[in-house]
Design a protein around this ligand. Structure first.
Ligand code: FCB
Length: 459
């Protein structure tokens, strides 16, 4: 038996854009805009307008959470839904009503809400007027939006996070072309990353000013870098990948400082962002109470074989490598399955980041409709593949907890199959299937397993 600490969080995560739909939304995000101008880039030509329609169906959905024994749940408040006027912070009444009712419904059912403030969803108006996080002005406006959210809901919401995977909009929007505005500009990418860290710090500062009784943190996608071999060159490749993709956000957000080797590398390539010294003080003093970690796949790297002529992206320092002994998920681009990574992440947080309280904010095991198959005679969908993998991951997490890791919960990505950035509904991750034609939610077998784990706090 694997027993988890008392009060352990069991639940799922989603986000505003991916679950709510855009009904009655006055402002729009970059996702609505991008889908309008380039629908062909979205799998199946499906955009974010309807998705799970949680906006209308949240009561039914909270009942489904309760049915499978969630004691906690993360979603995000959409900036472009809550705020009517981004410059003054004037809010939309209907959005306030919606989020109030949603939060109250969760609480009434014994489900602790964890509310995130930015899940890739820049309001299009701010993207067009200021270039989104290209501008420090938008870091200030984000702090204003955060403050409004804390004031409106902070009496009941005890767990806040500023950003989900803050590096992803940098990668997608400014390095590799998978988020709007689809620029490929490493200099701008570094400035955007820095401005996001600043926005995070400003949001934490606003939270502290209000003296509320809850906690605030951030959700980072930590992807351990494993070298191909123990050669000096491969180890250096893994070190640099870790520096760019993990420590770039972990160090400033948890320790209040930027890794010296990262600053040095940026300087060599002429990529140092515009920084003011009072901003560094703000970043330093904005301490988080907890960390959320998203984990999907390990990063395998090796020494660069052919050097790039200049810095286009962090792959200047390494090449990707496929583990010849790896196991792979046939349902998701052959992603490597490596449960031990979770143990490694936990130990890293324990040993190098002061053993801060953290929770597994997303672990997602992708399947597609075909591999999950049709609804069976027992009215369930058979996704046992997911359960087997989840067990293996949780065993590794449990091992780290036994060794003192301060982990306080597990959230699966996701609750009801939701819409994903560009992939739309191609990959399925939910405890419940979403029938796109009818909007119906259909339970999967894995949900039954999970509900027992959540109830007994062990498996
Ligand atoms: C994570 C994101 C989440 C979802 C899953 C599949 O990286 O946080 O929004 O798209 O991937």
């Amino acid at each position: 038996m694997y027993k988890f600490p008392e009060g352990f969080f069991w639940g799922a995560a989603t986000s505003g854009v991916q679950s709510e739909g855009s009904k009655n939304q006055v402002n729009k995000s970059i996702w609505n805009h991008w889908f309008q101008i380039e629908p062909e880039r979205f799998s199946g030509g499906i955009g974010p307008e309807v998705v799970c329609d949680t906006y209308s169906r949240f009561k039914e959905d909270v009942a489904l959470m309760k049915e499978i024994n969630f004691n906690s749940f993360r979603t995000s408040i959409q900036w472009a839904r809550l705020i009517k006027n981004f410059e003054t912070g004037e809010v939309c009444d209907d959005a306030v009503r919606f989020y109030n009712e949603y939060i109250d419904e969760l609480l009434k059912n014994g489900i602790e809400p964890i509310i995130n403030l930015y899940h890739f969803d820049m309001p299009i108006e701010l993207q067009e007027r200021y270039g989104g996080f290209e501008s420090k002005k938008v870091a200030e406006l984000f702090a204003l939006f955060s403050r409004k959210a804390f004031e409106l809901f902070g009496d009941r919401v005890k767990y806040w996070t500023t950003f989900n995977e803050p590096i992803v909009p940098v990668e997608g929007g400014y390095l590799y072309d998978f988020h709007y505005p689809n620029k490929k500009d490493p200099k701008l990418a570094v400035q955007v990353a820095y401005n996001i860290i600043l926005a995070h710090a400003k949001s934490v500062t606003e939270y502290r000013k209000l003296n509320l009784s809850g906690q605030i943190g951030v959700v980072l996608n930590l992807t351990p870098s494993y070298p191909r071999s123990q050669s000096e060159e491969d180890l250096k490749a893994a070190y640099m990948a870790d520096l760019f993709f993990n420590r770039s956000f972990l160090d400033p957000m948890l320790k209040g400082e930027f890794p010296a080797d990262l600053c040095e590398a940026l300087k060599i390539h002429g990529l140092t962002p515009n920084i003011e010294s009072e901003e560094l003080n703000e970043i330093k003093s904005a301490k988080v109470d907890f960390l959320g970690v998203n984990y999907y796949v390990p990063r395998r790297v090796k020494a660069k074989e052919t050097p790039d002529d200049k810095f286009y992206n962090p792959e200047f320092y390494f090449d990707y490598h496929i583990n010849p002994e790896g196991r792979f998920n046939p349902y998701r681009d052959n992603n490597e399955i490596h449960p031990v990574a979770l143990y490694d992440i936990a130990k890293n947080v324990q040993e190098n980041y002061g053993n801060i309280p953290w929770y597994l904010a997303e672990i997602g095991i992708a399947m597609d409709l075909e591999s999950e198959g049709d609804v069976k005679e027992d009215n369930l969908i058979d996704d046992s593949f997911r359960t087997e993998l989840m067990k293996e991951h949780l065993i590794q997490l449990h091992r780290a907890i036994e060794e003192g890791s301060n982990c306080f919960g597990v959230h699966q990505w996701t609750f009801i199959d939701c819409w994903s950035w560009l992939n739309s509904f191609k990959r399925r991750y939910g405890f419940y299937r979403l029938d796109l034609a009818t909007g119906e939610r259909v339970k999967k077998k894995h949900a039954i397993w999970f509900s027992e784990v959540a109830k007994n706090n062990e498996f």
